[in-house]
Write a protein that binds this ligand. Structure first.
Ligand code: ATP
Length: 355
């Protein structure tokens, strides 16, 4: 398989910059998700790697070889759009084997490859069935089989599950990850769905307006968001921001929020007075009568195993995920408690984490 490396990749359409100075490495066998909202440049990045779009500047390397100006067909990459696109008049065997026909392979070789692929996807028992009569899951597996039968160096997938309903999507997310665990094919997967990215990827690149805001493992992205944008995009409900005005010095470990001293992770830079935001994930808030940081319950949403409680504080509305076994009255006062290790601190001017 292959390593994909992009260096300072940039794409401009007229005066509009769709991708700005993007650099990353997808190591051999890794699964990278390009994650971000519609229009942030995910597809454009993928199309440049595939060779379907020429970069304005920057370089693309496949296994160390500069392929920036190579034609798409010379890159040995499989580009998967939607997993539903099958040839309806052919059976499963022919659908999977179709990409091999143009490669001048012998019939026996094609048959062996198709059968090996079908076994991998556990669809070897339906090889002679017509695809038109297949259920959704099997159709997806056949389409996946057609993509992997060529054994390309890497896979590029653009929202392949985009048209599926939520329940089926979840099943396919699981199957795609299982398949990846078996074949370890270097994969770049475009999605706007944080759950898909978190569940499948080894690494995630979070994109915003053509820029990669953070590149890291799902755990790094979730636990140590580099920017307020990433903290807000990942998690549901997303990270809470409690805004306050202050100056801070490198090495500080306490802030004053709403007149209450709160322990935070060590500040790693000096900050002149300006707006800061304390970031805390909903599941990291505890209610404690002893806490002097207080707020009033604004509403609650029962979720079965837990509940989301919205609290009006002097630093803004925040949401806490707490056990479901307690009822809250609207307007009730609660004390809030955090573990400093779970907190983030952002400079609202730059949007970047400062602790
Ligand atoms: P989506 O999920 O909606 O496709 P995306 O993150 O994949 O979003 P891109 O398709 O990469 O985003 O598009 C990034 C921006 O570049 C968009 O604003 C889009 O309108 C613009 N764009 C893409 N292709 C072209 C083109 N050929 N000409 C002009 N603008 C383009």
């Amino acid at each position: 398989m292959a390593e994909i490396r992009i260096e300072h990749l940039r794409k401009q359409f007229g005066s509009f910059v769709a991708v700005e100075d993007s650099s990353f490495i997808v190591h051999d066998g890794e699964f990278l998700a390009l994650l971000g909202p519609s229009g942030c440049g995910k597809t454009t990045t993928l199309r440049m790697i595939a060779g379907l779009e020429l970069p304005t500047s920057g370089k693309i390397y496949l296994d160390g070889e500069d392929v920036t100006f190579n034609r798409a067909s010379a890159r040995d990459i499989a580009f998967v759009f939607q997993l539903f696109a099958l040839y309806p008049h052919m059976n499963v065997r022919k659908n999977i084997g179709f990409p091999l026909l143009s490669q001048g392979m012998s019939r026996a070789e094609i048959q062996a490859r198709v059968e090996e692929t079908a076994r991998l996807l556990q669809i070897d028992h339906i090889l002679n069935r017509s695809v038109s009569g297949l259920a959704g899951g099997d159709r997806q597996r056949v389409a996946l089989g057609r993509a992997i039968v060529r054994r390309p160096k890497c896979f590029l997938m653009d929202e392949p599950l985009g048209t599926l309903d939520a329940e089926f999507r979840e099943v396919m997310v699981h199957e795609l990850r299982e398949l990846h665990n078996r074949i370890h094919a270097t994969t770049v997967y475009v999605t706007h769905d944080q759950h898909e990215a978190m569940a499948m990827a080894d690494k995630i690149a979070v994109m915003n307006h053509g820029v990669i805001e953070q590149f890291g493992t799902p755990q790094e992205i979730y636990n140590k968001p580099a920017t307020m944008y990433v903290a807000d995009f990942i998690g549901s409900p997303p990270m809470n921001f409690m805004r306050f005005i202050s100056g801070l010095q490198k090495g500080d470990r306490f802030i004053s929020l709403d007149g209450v001293v709160v322990a935070v992770p060590e500040i790693h830079q000096d900050l002149t007075v300006g707006e800061l935001a304390l970031g805390v994930r909903p599941e990291h808030i505890r209610f404690s009568d002893a806490s002097t940081l207080r707020g009033a319950v604004y509403g609650s949403e029962y979720l079965g195993t837990n509940q989301i409680v919205a609290i009006e504080t002097r630093s803004g509305l925040i949401k806490a995920r707490v056990p479901a076994n307690r009822n809250f009255r609207i307007g009730e006062t609660v004390g809030l408690e955090f573990n400093p290790a779970n907190l983030a601190l952002f400079d609202c001017r730059s949007g970047r984490a400062v602790a």
